[in-house]
Design a protein around this ligand. Sequence first.
Ligand code: GLC
Ligand code: CA
Length: 556
Amino acid sequence: MVDDTRWWRSAVIYQVYPRSFADGNGDGIGDIAGIRARLPYLRDLGVDAIWFSPWYPSPMADAGYDVADHRDIDPIFGTLAEAVELIDEAHSLNLRVIVDIVPNHCSHAHRWFQEALAAGPGSAARELFWFRDGRGEHGELPPNNWTSIFGGPAWTRVSDGQWYLHLFAPEQPDFNWANPKVREEFEDILRFWFDRGVDGVRIDSAALCMKDPSLRDLDPDDSLTPETLAEPGQARPPHPYTDRDENHEIYRAWRRIADSYDPPRALIGEIWLPDTERFVNYLRPDELHTAFNFDFLAAPWDAAALHSTIDATLAAHAPVDAPATWVLSNHDVFRHVTRYGRADTSFTHDHEHRRRQTGAPSDFALGTRRARAAVLLSLSLPGSAYIYQGEELGLGEVEDIPDDKRQDPLFFRTNGANPGRDGCRVPLPWSGDAPPFGFSPPGAAAPPWLPQPLSWRALTVEAEKGDPDSMLELYREALRIRRDEPALGDGTMTWLDAPAGVLAFYRDPGFACVVNMSSVDISLPAHETILLASNPLVDGRLPSDTAVWLRVDPPA
Ligand code: GLC
Ligand code: CA
């Protein structure tokens, strides 16, 4: 491995969603054997690291984000020994490995939760979670008014009458992070994976761990939408469970552990916050290394909006000297080909917005064209970038999954009002003309766990490989250039003058990116050569929804 302890400042990290990447044993569910067989594909794609969504033993109430045991592998995925071999094989291909750690909650099948249920009210075992008596005359009402992020109440009652807190599904009880045993447990889990060679962890729901110990009701002032943000510099009352200041102590302790390894391990936060200033607090030098930039992911395909998001991101990261990250998709959001092909190209978690967006007409060709331009943008901005499996093939959201095949608790908890996230989790198409498209081996016993659309025959790895016009070859070429190009990855950028609807910036030395989001074609700035274009130029001009990478002289 290249010994560059600051790799995370520039890395392109590929997200593998293990259930849907590749199925080695033919049961229709992706697994470690499937991933191991496809590691050369990821090396050839040219990414630097792989992040694995949870692969731990789990009843799969939330596709593995309900962890029953952080120190083992679910039998549907394989064994711990296989995971360790996978880590070693990835390293031998110069790919770093990041595993997903879920500290906010566990599975109801977790030993500690089962012990807590058995031990009863007032026990030390219950102190590891948030068990409370209910309100109302007979305790028949939940202890407070919090609702689950997946819909419905955030409390479930157990047979002895107490209630427990779950910010997500009832099968995902929240840990009580005020309890030192919880802290010790997770510090030990970190060491467990670091000792097995993993290079970093992705921290699920990282800003939710600490709760207001009074468990006070939410009130309207707690709303965390951008519209309700306090004026800069004006404090707002701490939210009862989001982004509490006490979270920072947790991650300072984790950073000490990560830094005690040689080479140091990296900590990456999943942090959705409307307030960029609060967000970067997690990236101070003694806390996390990076966090996902969801503002960029959520931004519409609009030059002014992206310009201001990029400025805000870079301005916020600079004082803490943390690299920005650039994310277009993941396993929780609509695939961006589909999003960019709609009239409304933004993303929010708002259930109502999500419902409206689902099935809203989307122009696949337009979305693809924009996605091609978007990846040249995201891979040339300063910092590190993420690729969600399948985006390199140009896959769109699958919107016609029959209800009886859906598995996302978001769908069930909202009685179908929110279609949920299954549409971006459909198993990858590798080869062939019909499902399972090489996802499972020939003669597989079961079909892929979610049905693949027939239209994917044109989007398999086999179909795209070697086709210079394909999304896959665009990604490969962009990643190849990025690796060799000293201007790309970590560093700074300078905006260049550009007409309305166009983003243009310079990166030292000698590199420029121009993205035309306007509806007319434009002339290119002075340049030596075109390194890469997301779509062909027309008479030397840059058409609408097209990006180019240029070799240029430094701006005067
Ligand atoms: C994170 C994960 C998401 C999961 C949730 C609860 O947001 O990315 O998939 O459902 O946390 O663990
Ligand atoms: Ca399998």
